[in-house]
Design a protein around this ligand. Structure first.
Ligand code: AMP
Length: 401
């Protein structure tokens, strides 16, 4: 029974999911949170309904990995480290270098490091996870799975910004996108639910979580996506502004006596979006709860919905049509109300929603009626499974050689 572990290392956290890869069964999943702080939190769920939770100091990622593997043994989830034959690491920025998932070698590590200027917080954190696992499981196949690589198929007109061309040539400034692993996963599931080849479908995937992005997927390939050079662009998000007029920043820097660009960008990343408009919360559930009594909460919802409607319209036009629209991530998977608000405004496309099915959640659902001109699907995302599948593919390729 081959086991593969998918790792998502953040600056102060390490999330994991351990799979028995042939059956794709989840053996354990969990998180080490607040790494490096006074007190960290460890949570592990395993064997369907067992839970392990403890607060203790976890000084760094290297210790977190050692502790994690120790716990997997102690909790009898594995009997020996050698059972874990593959480790998949989520890496945020792959630039134009990484167009696919790759086995991690020292050359790959150097390249991920050199791409850190595109993701100064995330790539170094991802590397900490990679190095820590390499030490403890030196013989496992380690694979890097990039958030950006799915979008490397975008045509140039869709990834180039209308800025001096040398900015792209000399500094790599372009649209890289994000959430690639999620968009890739849900597109694949959608094709199998619709029983049609992915290579013949035009899909629009709406990943609506705290971070949110829309992706046009034409013939199985990313064709356009709403996040840009960084995850700041596109639709309104929990705390990010999405598309806005950057010239406004110099105006506001004067007004608020801000002295540096990063200070101003901080406000666009952390104090804007649903939080900025509503003043209530960055969490959609809190905002929905206040929508009838608080006009700014209602406005935040209206802007969020409008942004998504706008992108779906734009991407339908860019692709010359659309066969299916997919909703995923926290809001996309769970909010019947937000989905309804969006889909009601798309009735002009011949979309018809089965409201009974739209009221369900927590599973793969086709929520459009038989008469609908465009199929609408709700698909819980599973980036970790996609990562583990990529690891498995590379392990099998190695076996053949
Ligand atoms: P994620 O980043 O994918 O975990 O998504 C987080 C977002 O999903 C937050 O804005 C949550 O409020 C939202 N969310 C989760 N459950 C629901 C729900 N039942 N209704 C509306 N929003 C939800």
């Amino acid at each position: 029974m081959t086991k593969v572990i998918a790792i998502n290392a953040g600056s102060s956290s390490l999330k994991f999911k351990l799979f028995e890869i042939d059956s794709e069964k989840v053996l354990a999943e969990g998180i080490f949170d607040r790494i490096g702080l006074e007190m960290s939190k460890i949570k592990i769920e395993y064997q369907t309904n067992k839970k392990f939770e403890v607060d203790e100091k976890v000084k760094d990622h290297a210790y977190a990995v050692k502790r994690l593997l120790g716990l997997l043994l102690d909790l009898k989830i594995i009997r020996d480290f050698s059972e874990i034959e593959g480790v998949g690491h989520r890496v945020v920025a792959g630039g134009e270098v990484f167009k696919h998932s790759v086995e991690i070698t020292s050359k790959v590590i150097r390249k991920i490091n050199s791409l850190a200027e595109y993701a100064p917080i995330h790539n170094p954190a991802n590397l900490m996870g990679i190095k820590a696992f390499k030490k403890v499981l030196p013989f496992a196949t380690a694979v890097a799975v990039f958030d950006t690589s799915f979008h490397q198929t975008m045509p140039k007109e869709n990834f180039i910004f209308s800025v001096p061309y040398e900015w792209y040539q000399e500094y790599g400034v372009r649209r890289y996108g994000a959430h690639g692993t999620s968009h890739r996963y849900v597109a694949k599931v959608a094709a199998s639910m619709l029983d049609r080849p992915l290579e013949k479908l035009k899909l629009i995937s709406c990943h609506l979580g705290a971070g949110a992005s829309i992706c046009a997927i034409k013939n199985g390939l990313s064709f356009d996506t709403s996040m840009g050079f960084t995850p700041l662009t596109g639709i309104t998000m929990a705390t990010r502004s999405g598309d806005t007029d950057v010239a406004m920043l110099s105006f506001m820097m004067q007004k608020l006596d801000m002295h540096s660009m990063p200070e101003a960008i901080y406000d666009l990343n952390k104090r804007s979006g649903l939080l900025g408009i509503s003043g209530v919360s960055s969490d959609m559930r809190d905002i929905l709860a206040k929508r009838e009594t608080n006009l700014r909460a209602k406005l935040a919802i209206d802007v969020f919905v409008k942004d998504i409607v706008k992108y779906i319209g734009a991407y339908t036009a860019e692709m010359g049509g659309v066969d299916g629209i997919i909703f995923t991530a926290g809001i996309g998977e769970n909010s019947t109300e937000i989905r309804s608000k969006i889909l009601n405004r798309l009735a002009y496309m011949g979309i018809e929603v089965d409201e009974k099915k739209n009221a369900l959640r927590g599973q793969n659902l086709l929520i459009s009626t038989d008469n609908s001109k465009v199929q609408v699907l709700v698909i819980p995302t599973d980036e970790e499974l996609m990562i583990a599948r990529d690891v498995n593919k590379i392990m099998k390729k190695k076996l053949k050689h």
